[in-house]
Write a new protein. Structure first.
Length: 579
């Protein structure tokens, strides 16, 4: 050999290299430590140097992947913008000064890759971005970090503590049983038995308490484990991002992406004080998501925009006129070129349909995006920081309330029902009010449910249940018919309707009686009307034929309303709409 070195006094890494790689070459790597002291210096063989150099280079190349691997950078969801059918999630990560590369881990696999956007503070340049998808088992840093996992671990620790105490009680009982086999002096037998009895009784009672506590913990732990396993099955794979950066100073990196499996719908509560006429309209947002990651302590915003809808109108088609072919020709052609009925769906398609139905059963609760039609887009910000778990469970958040001054009416539609309903009429509230379910409360009591749909209405009308203190009586409708004109060329029909309202309240009530009068759509159909008393409007809400009587009734007052109609039309004509 060309040279001999001792391995004593070498650093541990040098000793490891000596043992695993360089012992046959009798060398120690000088890059890890100074050369080991020579015992007997000799001239080194030149033929050995290239071999040692190659071996060292190979060792460094094996170590380079581990040295080049970038540790994961912690990132936190800062805010989420939810819209019907999805959500945009924004994460924030800290970038240290001088960083050249960061790695964001534990991202959900379900986010849309083409929606990924990165923004950084001034002084941080962003370069190449690499995305990688791995199994959850290959990312141990992403497990056991959710509130659900923490709760499961807490309960498991409590169970372990109960088991340890139960085992200790078993040891104590075993010891007490062994005491019964010892021979004691007659004078000490009584005291010994009493002591064993008390200790045994306490141990058995404690064992029973431990058993009950263990059963309660296991009962609480079982559904949590099931939910945790379900979430793991729902998101078995995760994504990570490796980002090249040039950070001149410390700052933040913001990452945003869209995720499916999320949505929200509005819910409203209307509270009416019938004494003062005060109406309070409360707005809530109901959110659910199954994106594969929990939104813990985030700033939540709810938007009425619908990114998945068409962003532009369809192309305008020309309006063309042409002669229509005879009906008989069209009929013959339709028979000649009629296509055969499609074949029955194969079993495979039916199986797929069944699987789709099963998937639909597990799908996110339906937040009908059509409810947002006809409203201007708006963004509602939930106050404070909130948490929404990825478990498809609905969570409701308050979005504020609006106070309105309302006028109260008792509205009656006697043609449909001999019943009055309490109506609150108020100015349309400002802002965007998407269509949603409405819960109604009158004087603190729940009276029913409805749907809030303002559309393009100028005023807000809400009904708050029946008014049982307004008596409505509907007389039977009278009908008469006869032939008139030259040799009975026309037919006349008469309709007579009458209603009576009586106020049983202790205070005055403003009533609205609504009647639909016949409306002619042809000049040969003649309609003559007579109303008593004179209606407040014969085109209520700008609709011809809609009759409205509005009147204030004092306590105990009654009022009769009549409507007489005479309809005349040609004898040979067939009229639709006659009752």
């Amino acid at each position: 050999m060309g040279g001999r070195y001792e391995r004593r006094n070498c650093r541990p890494e040098c000793a490891r290299v000596w043992r695993e790689r360089l012992a046959p070459a009798m060398l120690c790597l000088p890059r890890h430590h100074r050369p080991c002291p020579r015992r007997s210096p000799m001239k080194t063989s030149p033929a050995l140097l290239p071999s040692a150099t190659a071996l060292a280079a190979a060792l460094l190349s094996l170590a380079s992947p581990a040295q080049a691997q970038t540790p994961g950078t912690a990132s936190k969801i800062s805010q989420v913008l939810v819209y019907p059918g999805g959500a945009t999630v924004e994460r924030v990560a800290r970038v240290a000064a001088g960083s050249r590369e960061i790695k964001l881990v534990c991202l959900p696999e379900r986010f849309e890759a083409d929606s990924l956007q990165l923004q950084a503070d001034p002084g941080i340049a962003i370069g190449e971005i690499n995305m990688q998808t791995v199994d959850r088992e290959a990312a141990p840093e992403c497990t056991n970090n959710s509130p659900l996992d923490a709760r499961v671990r807490e309960l498991e620790d409590k169970l372990a503590g109960l088991k340890a105490e139960s085992d200790a009680q078993d040891l104590a009982l075993g010891y007490l049983k062994n005491l019964g086999t010892d021979k004691a002096a007659p004078a000490a037998i009584s005291a010994t038995l009493d002591s064993i009895k008390r200790s045994g009784q306490e141990s058995l009672q404690r064992q029973h308490q431990l058993l009950r506590s263990k059963e309660a913990l296991e009962k609480e732990l079982a559904p949590l484990r099931v939910e945790r396993d379900r979430l793991l099955r729902a998101s078995p794979r995760l994504r990570s991002l490796q980002i090249q950066v040039a950070a001149q100073r410390e700052g933040e990196l913001r990452l945003s992406y869209r995720v499916p499996g999320a949505g929200w719908s509005p819910i409203y509560r209307a509270h009416l004080d019938s004494t003062s006429g005060q109406l309070r309209l409360e707005r809530l947002g109901q959110v659910a998501q199954s994106s594969g990651e929990d939104w813990n302590q985030v700033k939540l915003k709810l938007s009425t925009s619908q990114p998945r809808q068409a962003s532009q109108p369809r192309p305008l088609q020309p309006w063309t006129l042409k002669f229509q072919e005879p009906v008989q020709v069209q009929l013959n052609e339709s028979i000649a070129f009629r296509t055969p009925a499609p074949a029955p769906a194969p079993l495979a398609a039916k199986a797929r349909s069944g699987s789709n139905q099963a998937d639909a059963a597990e799908a996110l609760p339906n937040f009908d995006a059509s409810q947002m039609q006809g409203e201007y887009a708006a963004v509602f910000e939930v106050p404070g920081l909130v948490t929404v778990a990825s478990d498809k469970q609905r969570s409701s958040f308050g979005l504020g309330s609006t106070a309105l001054e309302a006028k109260l009416y008792a509205r009656v539609q006697p043609q449909h029902e001999a019943q009055a309903y309490l109506l609150a009429d108020a100015a349309r509230p400002a802002g965007s009010w998407p269509t949603g379910n409405l819960q109604l409360y009158r004087d603190g009591g729940f009276v029913g449910q409805s749907v809030l749909s303002l559309g393009q209405e100028e005023r807000l009308e809400l009904f708050f249940g029946r008014d049982e203190m307004l008596r409505v009586t509907v007389d039977p409708e009278k009908r008469e018919g006869a032939n008139t004109g030259f040799i009975g060329a026309r037919i006349e029909r008469k309709y007579a309707r009458a209603y009576r309202l009586e106020n049983l309240h202790k205070s005055a009530v403003t009533v609205q009686v609504v009647e639909a009068a016949p409306l002619s759509q042809h000049e040969d159909i003649k309609v003559t009307t007579q109303f008593t008393p004179k209606p407040t409007s014969e085109a209520w809400k700008n609709q011809p034929g809609q009759i409205l009587w509005q009147q204030t009734l004092t306590p105990g007052q009654s009022q009769r309303y009549t409507a007489d109609y005479l309809i005349s039309y040609p004898k040979d004509a067939s009229i639709s709409g006659l009752r």
